[in-house]
Design a binder for this molecule. Sequence first.
Ligand code: IPM
Ligand code: MN
Length: 354
Amino acid sequence: MSREFNIGVIPGDGTGPEVVAEGIKVLKAASEKFGFSLKFTYYDIGGERYKKTGETLPDSILGEFKQYDALYLGAIGHPDVKPGILEKDILLRTRFELDQYINLRPVKLYEGVETPLKDKGPKEIDYVIVRENTEGLYAGAGGTLKRGTKDEVAIQESINTRKGVERCIRFAFEYTKKRNKGKKLTLCGKTNVLTYAFNLWERAFYEVSKEYPDIATDYAHVDATCMWMVKNPEWFDVIVTDNMFGDIITDLGAMTQGGMGIACGGNINPEGVSMYEPIGGSAPKYTGKNVINPLASMLAGAMMLEFLGLPEASSAIENAIQRAIKDDLKSMEAGKMGMGTKEVGDLISGYVIQ
Ligand code: IPM
Ligand code: MN
């Protein structure tokens, strides 16, 4: 197996570049320690470039993205740019065009991190959400009629294809099997109201489940899922759901694991190029202050190594993060960590090398 990997890096906007710099520091430490090499190529796409040139994601760059072993993203979103433009043209377009059909978001409470959930700890909060990442309400189907009049009509349709749903469900079963923890996969939907879409999901789910007799299956409506994520998070091992529900419940999950400072995600195409990111936004008010928490970006890096086939290096980063949380960091919140962004990067890369 090749021990050389080409990574496309999109630091992006706001605090994106700061967290990416620390993530890369830690990735480099892991590459030295475990004897593989990472070559990073940087792209300046994001709000600043859009303001200067009007360009969001040029086709030529998208073409280059397809050549990498993985992409490593900071954050996209700029206070001077109308919401929706950068998100749609850069983040969603990359997900769609690279067919990153899985959005993998672990909800894991590390020891020493505070959770707002009463009487719950790392044993109870440790599950993974598999969010479909290319269809549903995000597909962009719909339109408006008589816009701006009293008769205005707005339609936004959820697209669910058998192929798209089935490959996502199949990934979730495989992942549950590989994770080998609770051996339970929960489908999160709304079969009582969204009777077309989630009927398709439900049929695909139970049909695919026949190929996985060792994995227990469960179903929960999305509203109930939110309830259980707060009240009984220990019930979950892996949850699979559609794009919109996944977007919503993963933010809830992130809050229960200590907030955006520590929540990472992977936009995964198991057969192609995947993109790893901290799931928090660009946090403009903290930009340039060396106060933002870089752990989510480092965990995204660890997830990237895992999917590149470097599980030891991935675990080394995760263990170093766990150690820093237990021994050194005061909080997961920006400005309250007890040290600066760069210092957290130095500390954790030091632990990785040891
Ligand atoms: C996320 C984000 C994006 C999404 C936005 C920025 C388009 O919230 O990655 O969860 O809705 O998918
Ligand atoms: Mn989101």
